[in-house]
Design a protein around this ligand. Structure first.
Ligand code: MN
Length: 493
């Protein structure tokens, strides 16, 4: 499973003709040097391409139209080396459809004591030019990221990289296809949602296919294909069962599901344990191994969590420390703010969050009435992470993001036959769960050790959906007031 395109980011540097041709040549030379420097530093997830020194409305409109239509362009990065009157940016910026980073930096790090004269002042005035540029972004109400600091500093480039990853997630989101095998679990509310609204806002194309169509793919899988998949399992996982026929059936499911998804161009999929007509097991190991390769998955028909998982994997691409479907399962209450959540699912947690080498095991499943499914069993790793949930509030989507501290599970739980992750939500379980429930967060979520709350806030802003954060500074009274005010604001939008 690959992330689709070679993405690039366009560096557009603003100036004007007031300072003469020589100054514009210097601006262009500096801009080229900066783009080369960004690419050589090795911190950015994609290439920065210097485009032009923009000095007229025509040129600005043209480069933004080109950015909109260029499939490789994941976003634009603007910087005003000199003053660049912003009324001439309006014609272009009103058309902008790509993510927008305003880099507020300057070519020189320090003020040169002897070198500073009026020519230097005219050439190096981004402190002044970027304020003019910032005003027009504010006036146009554009979604934008502003990164401030010296362009060669690691911290600045890391902030750029973090936002660029969000833009890669936007690119993935806008062409994301999810296949649903079966509909939503009967009577469950939070996994439902408006698929038309999701496609308008987020670009997600979500459509249902009969389980029987997948079964025809399953029946066509050859023994040789199963053998090859079993060999791949043996490389990645420890076989902790002698019920190899069960494991081989999951291999068969994986080959079939992957073929179906590849042929249809899907990056995510959904199933439902109550509709496995013609299948012998609920896909467990098969789903886990597919999600480790970058697919998003949602159980019980939950297409929102499948697509969100895929988008978060796209944001983390190339450097994913673990991003997985998760479900708040049960609590370990303890005094002094040390209560913990045990997260798991029936089977389908992605092994990218595993602390060690996962084991393949076969155990009965209490629901669904099918054969005992093979699955990966492992402990989740310790570390800082987030959990995220996307819900449909009726008229808008709300993204809820929770900061968590994952820990090594405090109990071995030898009779629990599924993957498990344990974490403390910040500031503490009692406050965090109250806030999560007030906001309407689902039982399904996506946990990620790579994607940050700031990245999802940026993603939500670009996509035009509501964003709610729960973290160390969450205060319930203020949080309730925020939900109340946001509800009014979104109704007015
Ligand atoms: Mn579930």
């Amino acid at each position: 499973m690959k992330f689709k395109q070679e993405a690039e980011f366009w560096f557009i540097v603003g100036s004007q003709h007031l300072y003469g041709e020589e100054a514009l040549q210097q601006v262009a030379a500096h801009a080229r040097q900066m783009a080369d420097g960004f690419n050589a530093a090795g911190r950015l997830p994609a290439r920065v391409v210097y485009k032009l020194v923009a000095t007229t409305s025509d040129a600005i409109e043209q480069v933004i139209e080109d950015a909109n239509y260029d499939k490789r362009c994941a976003g634009i990065i603007t910087w005003m080396h000199t003053f660049s009157p912003s009324k001439m940016w309006i014609r272009g910026l009103v058309k902008l459809q790509k993510p927008y980073l305003h880099l507020h930096t300057q070519f020189n790090r320090e003020i040169p004591n002897e070198g500073i004269d009026m020519d230097f002042m005219n050439l190096n005035q981004s402190a002044h030019g970027d304020r003019e540029h910032g005003f027009i972004g504010a006036r146009l109400r554009l979604a934008r990221k502003i990164v401030v600091g010296y362009w060669e500093d690691a911290a600045v480039q890391q902030k750029m990289a973090s936002w660029m990853r969000v833009a890669l997630g936007v690119m993935d989101s806008r062409q994301l296809k999810v296949a649903r095998f079966s509909d939503n679990m009967r009577d469950v509310a939070v996994t439902e949602g408006d698929k038309v609204e999701a496609q308008i806002r987020l670009g997600w194309s979500v459509n249902t296919y009969p389980t029987g169509e997948l079964v025809s793919y399953i029946e066509a899988v050859s023994e040789a294909e199963i053998d090859a998949m079993m060999a791949a399992y043996e490389e990645k996982y420890t076989m902790h069962t002698d019920q190899l026929a069960s494991v081989r059936y999951q291999a068969k499911l994986e080959v079939a599901i992957q073929k179906f998804l590849e042929q249809g161009g899907f990056e995510g999929f959904v199933n439902h344990f109550d509709d496995l007509y013609g299948m012998k097991q609920l896909p467990g190991l098969a789903v886990q191994d597919l999600t480790a390769q970058g697919y998003g998955f949602g159980p019980e028909g939950d297409w929102k969590v499948a697509a969100l998982a895929r988008v978060m994997k796209a944001i983390a691409q190339g450097d994913d420390q673990g991003t997985a479907l998760m479900e708040d399962y049960t609590y370990n209450f303890a005094p002094n703010g040390e209560s913990l959540i045990l997260g798991a699912h029936m089977l389908e947690v992605c092994p990218s969050v595993a602390a060690g080498r996962p084991k393949i095991e076969v155990h009965p499943l209490g629901i669904g009435g099918k054969d005992d499914p093979a699955r990966l069993v492992f402990e989740g790793k310790a570390g800082s992470a987030i959990t995220a949930s996307l819900i449909d509030m009726g008229g808008r989507m709300r993204l809820i993001v929770q900061d968590v501290k994952a820990v090594k599970p405090i109990l071995p739980m030898p009779n629990l036959p599924v993957a498990r992750v344990m974490w403390k939500p910040l500031p503490d379980l009692e406050t965090a769960a109250e806030a999560w429930i007030l906001a309407g967060g689902a039982h399904h979520s996506v946990i990620s050790y790579s994607v940050t709350a700031e990245q999802l806030a940026d993603w939500a802003e670009i996509m035009g959906i509501e964003y709610v954060h729960i973290g160390s500074d969450t205060n319930i009274a203020a949080f309730k007031q925020q939900l109340f005010l946001m509800d009014m604001a979104w109704k007015l939008k």
